[in-house]
Structure formats: C-alpha cells, structure tokens
Design a binder for this molecule. Structure first.
Ligand SMILES: [Zn+2]
Length: 173
C-alpha cells in the first residue's frame, strides 16, 4: 500500500471524512503506515485525510501514550480556552498560537472496533482536537485571528501553489 502526505491546497484536506465500518487487516495496515509516517516526519498526530484517505481515523502520540482513534466524537468540552502553539504536517514549517478548550470528553473506537470513552487534558486534548478537525476538513489555520493569518499569508499561498503544481504533474503522469 502506498500513501503520501497531502499538503495544503490538496482538496482531500477539505473534505468531511466518512465513518469507518470495517475493522480488518487493511485498516490495521493503514494504521501501521500512519504511525510510521508520523514518526518519520516528527509529528505527534496524523489523520487519515493527511495521507489521502477520506476516512474517520487518526493516530496520536503525546509522548506518553499512543492512541489509535477511529470514528471519534467529542462529547463535551471541559475547562477554559487556552493558547497553544500548533503546527501541521500538511502545512510545513508554519506554527501559530491557537485557542482551544483545555479538556475534552471523547468517545471513539480502537483498531478492533471496541468502544473507548475517556477524558483528555492539556497536550493530549490539544492533539486530539487538532486531528479531529482534520476529519471535518478543518485546519488549524482556520482558527487564527485575521492578524495572525495576515502574517503568514504569503507562506500559505506559496504552499498552496506548490501543492497545485505537484497535483497537476501527478495528473499528467
Ligand atoms: Zn494537522
């Protein structure tokens, strides 16, 4: 199976991903691949749309616990909104402070399809929310203030330009 990281400007990053229904070897293989890519690119999370799969799952590693998260739901937001600097493997080398709730109560399925429910806080909650957004077609740059966005405007258009160029090359091959 061949997958590759998708970058800002690739339409798949803006699609709402669809629910996973089959928990089989294919899913396990994709998840293994995603962990591999996540570590290779020094990420702490990677969502399926970021490797071109329009499906509702992601992997995260907060440095203490690895989590394979399938068909997630955020049941409740906890605590206050806090600032944290975010980046994204699909938007290389750009970082910005994003406001999000400190904690969340979530439910999802593991790789075998078993239901998991837990409360996440701080860094773990942050990564979870960022990856969850990917399944909705939302990117962290959507959450920036007008001023923040203006500051990185030219970098963003540069990434989009390069993505469009490589997508065009791919389609001509
Ligand atoms: Zn991301």
């Amino acid at each position: 199976m061949k997958v590759q990281i998708r970058y800002l400007g690739d339409p798949i990053l803006r699609k709402k991903a669809v629910e996973v229904k089959v928990f089989d070897n294919r899913l396990q293989e994709l998840i293994d691949l995603m962990y591999e890519y996540m570590y290779k690119y020094d990420g702490v999370g990677l969502a399926a749309p970021q490797v071109g799969l329009n499906e509702r799952f992601f992997v995260i590693d907060d440095g203490q616990t690895k989590r394979t998260v399938i068909n997630p739901h955020i049941l409740e937001y906890l605590g206050e909104d806090v600032e944290y600097e975010e980046g994204c493997l699909s938007i290389p080398k750009l970082y910005a402070t994003v406001m999000r709730p400190e904690g969340i109560k979530v439910k999802y399925q593991d790789v075998l399809g078993n239901a998991v429910e837990e409360e996440l806080h701080e860094y773990t909650a942050r990564i979870f929310q960022h990856e969850f957004d990917h399944l909705e077609g939302v990117l962290f740059i959507d959450k920036l203030t007008v001023v923040q966005r203006a500051k990185i405007k030219s970098e963003l258009s540069q990434i989009i330009k390069e993505t469009k160029k490589s997508l065009k090359q791919l389609s001509e091959e």
